[in-house]
Ligand binder design. Structure first.
Ligand code: BEZ
Ligand code: FE
Length: 276
């Protein structure tokens, strides 16, 4: 444990795990140590660069509060959230695919009646009727499924980001009917920028990346005896479908928002849940 240098430092730290009794913690820690040491050996940071990295992580923590989660954002823009999701939620081909939860989900949205309009009366924007069925892999409707829904206002902000919106504006929990059907009205979602006023925004700019997400509505669809799916439906034709800042788009989640004679839009999307 003395005279440690580039070639034996990693092994010395790994050896310190010998008394770790939690097998999973031991496995994860060993992998973390190996990868961080390999990362440092690969990039050979100067001391200034290393402390810039520490400062970045410190600032990322400092800006977090009960309404803002900059670490989730960091994981999202590095594609790590979608990678964890892909591994943790492997699904049969016909089940609804998952997408990133994001930092703007707030549990506790009020229960709403089928057909409710989620938009406040004084907000301008195109309205859309969203409807469809919740089914099992066998194609049969799942009665009593719950759909937890959230989205931004036309200014691209979620209710908790915007003093001008009531709590849980454009959010709600719906119960599917006996036929698995659900329906609600809302404003057409818009493409929007993820927050760029913190360290993650600065990092995106430094990497030469844009911060935009294609227009989408978030859903968590759950039902007794079934695996819940955290997902989003995306507006077909959106200019950011191919370059989502957080890598969340899948072809099966893109839906057509069709303008009807009334001027109102309509979108139909069915969710398919697998059993537990
Ligand atoms: C969102 O869609 O709400 C979101 C996802 C990841 C990062 C930021 C926002
Ligand atoms: Fe979103």
């Amino acid at each position: 444990m003395k005279n440690l240098a580039e070639k034996n430092m990693m092994e010395a730290v790994l050896a310190k795990l010998a008394n770790c009794e939690d097998a999973r913690l031991k496995e994860i820690s060993a992998s973390l140590i190996r990868h961080v040491h390999e990362f440092v050996r690969e990039i050979e940071p100067s001391m200034e660069e290393w402390f810039a990295g520490i400062r970045f992580l410190t600032e990322t923590g400092r800006i977090c509060d009960d309404k803002r989660q900059e670490y989730v954002l960091l994981s999202d823009i590095l594609g790590v959230s979608m990678l964890v999701d892909a591994i943790a939620n492997r699904k049969p081909p016909s089940a609804t695919e998952s997408s990133v939860l994001g930092p703007f989900y707030q549990a506790g949205a009020p229960a709403r009646e089928t057909g409710t309009d989620l938009a406040a009366a004084d907000v301008d924007g195109d309205h859309v009727h969203v409807h469809g069925k919740v089914r099992g892999l066998d194609g049969k409707p799942i009665q009593g499924a719950t759909l937890d829904v959230w989205q931004t206002a036309p200014n691209g902000l979620y209710h908790m980001q915007d003093q001008g919106q009531d709590e849980f504006h454009l959010c709600g929990k719906f119960q599917a009917g006996a036929d698995g059907g659900y329906a609600f009205d809302t404003l057409c979602p818009v493409s929007y920028s993820i927050p760029t006023d913190g360290p993650v925004g600065k990092y995106l700019r430094a990497m030469g990346r844009h911060p935009f997400r294609p227009a989408h509505i978030h859903f968590i669809v759950s039902a007794p005896g079934h695996k819940a799916v955290v997902t989003q439906i995306f507006t077909d034709g959106d200019e950011y479908l191919e370059s989502d800042a957080v890598f969340g788009v899948k072809n099966s989640l893109i839906a057509r928002f069709e303008r009807k004679g009334s001027g109102r839009f309509e979108v139909e999307y069915d969710f398919v849940l697998e059993k537990n």
